[in-house]
Design a binder for this molecule. Structure first.
Ligand SMILES: Cc1cc2nc3c(=O)[nH]c(=O)nc-3n(C[C@H](O)[C@H](O)[C@H](O)COP(=O)(O)OP(=O)(O)OC[C@H]3O[C@@H](n4cnc5c(N)ncnc54)[C@H](O)[C@@H]3O)c2cc1C
Length: 338
């Protein structure tokens, strides 16, 4: 039986990811879960927690969440479901030892360790991993998947599992039934441009800093080196937004310059000479917009086509994206292959 597993391997270029949730992948490599990390809010909350009632709730929403949502989802900010937000809060809250101490984890060696272990496992079981060979077409005959075409030729397959971003996949499968295609095409995503800065000096003592400051147009920054000790100081500045936002097509330099300004506003002691290097990654489909009723809008992962499974990070709902969730879902999808 031939099986194609497309896009299941996380791109090594993103091996240091900015939203450092606990990734418990014990069997593969060493996973360190004990490093203390802190997250903080750039604006004091004490003023808004002294009274109660609807006015206060609105004040708390405006102070703590509104700008974060506006700066991540922009015009889609009102389309995000409460369970999605609730589960994100729960995930971080559950990582706390006490109200003052969060414990987050990372894979020793980075995501690459996980990718390499997956490749080793696939090859040990007689599989082949083909890199730089994007799928161009998945063919269906008589209600059953029969294979896929790549620039290097045709691959017979009894099973096709696609985990590439949903907006790409529907275009590659002309034989997908209309109702299923419509459900997949209704899933909206926003993009991200993520700037990674290397500095001589630490910016804050915190791993994750939420920002609510009119001068700054990102909802937060992540100082990864405060979680994983490194020689240099590494800071992520993620610019999430709908792909249609004119800002999304700005050149790399504009994003890097803006990131440096953000860092200098957060810590005025940082000078231009403290920046050692900068890199940037763009993802067109980076974050599903999980709207109210999202669970009912998601089609089943097993499509009506025999042998064809399709999922991406939208299917983690109500959980948000995370490597732990990727592993959980991958196990379920693999188990469906008999
Ligand atoms: C900015 C950002 C920060 C994140 N931070 C964290 C974090 O700190 N901790 C954490 O646990 N998770 C984090 N995540 C989530 C994590 O990255 C995802 O859960 C995980 O990458 C999903 O893995 P995947 O293999 O399903 O998809 P992806 O990693 O998205 O892989 C999809 C792959 O499909 C490939 N592809 C596209 N088209 C084709 C084609 N036609 N043929 C073949 N392949 C194709 C792409 O090149 C890509 O490599 C973050 C995500 C983002 C966007």
């Amino acid at each position: 039986m031939a099986t194609c597993w497309f896009a299941a391997v996380h791109c090594a270029a993103r091996s240091l990811t900015p939203e450092g949730n606990v990734t418990q992948v014990h069997p593969i490599g060493q996973c360190r879960l004990t490093k203390r990390a802190e997250a903080t809010c750039h604006t004091p909350l004490s003023r808004s927690t002294q009274r109660s009632g609807p006015q206060v709730s609105e004040k708390i929403w405006n102070l703590l969440w509104k700008r974060s949502f506006d700066l991540k989802f922009y015009e889609l900010a009102d389309s995000v479901s409460a369970p999605w937000l609730g589960v994100r809060i729960k995930r971080l809250a559950a990582s706390r030892r006490s109200i003052f101490q969060e414990e987050l984890g990372y894979i020793d060696g980075g995501t690459e360790v996980l990718v390499e272990a997956l490749v080793r496992g696939i090859e040990a079981n007689g599989g082949k991993v083909l890199c730089r060979e994007p799928v161009q077409l998945v063919e269906i005959r008589d209600g059953k998947v029969v294979g896929a075409r790549t620039p290097n030729g045709w691959h017979d397959a009894d099973h096709v599992i696609s985990t590439m971003a949903i907006p790409y996949v529907t275009k590659l499968i002309p034989g997908l039934p209309d109702a299923h295609r419509a459900k997949l095409e209704a899933i909206r995503n926003i993009g991200v441009v993520c700037v990674v800065l290397k500095l001589r000096k630490s910016v804050t003592p915190h791993f994750w800093v939420n920002i609510n400051d009119r001068r700054i147009e990102v909802p937060g920054i992540v100082e990864f080196s405060n979680l994983r000790p490194m020689r240099e100081h590494i800071v992520y500045v993620p610019f999430y937004m709908p792909q249609g936002n004119p800002k999304f097509s700005r050149d790399d330099r504009a994003f890097i310059d803006e990131s440096k300004n953000v860092v200098k506003l957060v810590n005025p002691d940082i000078r231009d000479e403290d920046f050692v290097d900068a890199a940037l990654g763009r993802l067109r489909y980076a974050q599903p917009v999980c709207e109210p009723g999202f669970a009912d809008k998601l089609p089943p992962i097993q499509t009506p086509i025999r042998g064809l499974q399709i999922a991406d990070t939208s299917f983690y709902y109500p959980e948000d994206r995370g490597v732990s969730e990727s592993v959980r879902l991958a196990k379920q999808m693999a188990a469906r292959i008999t």
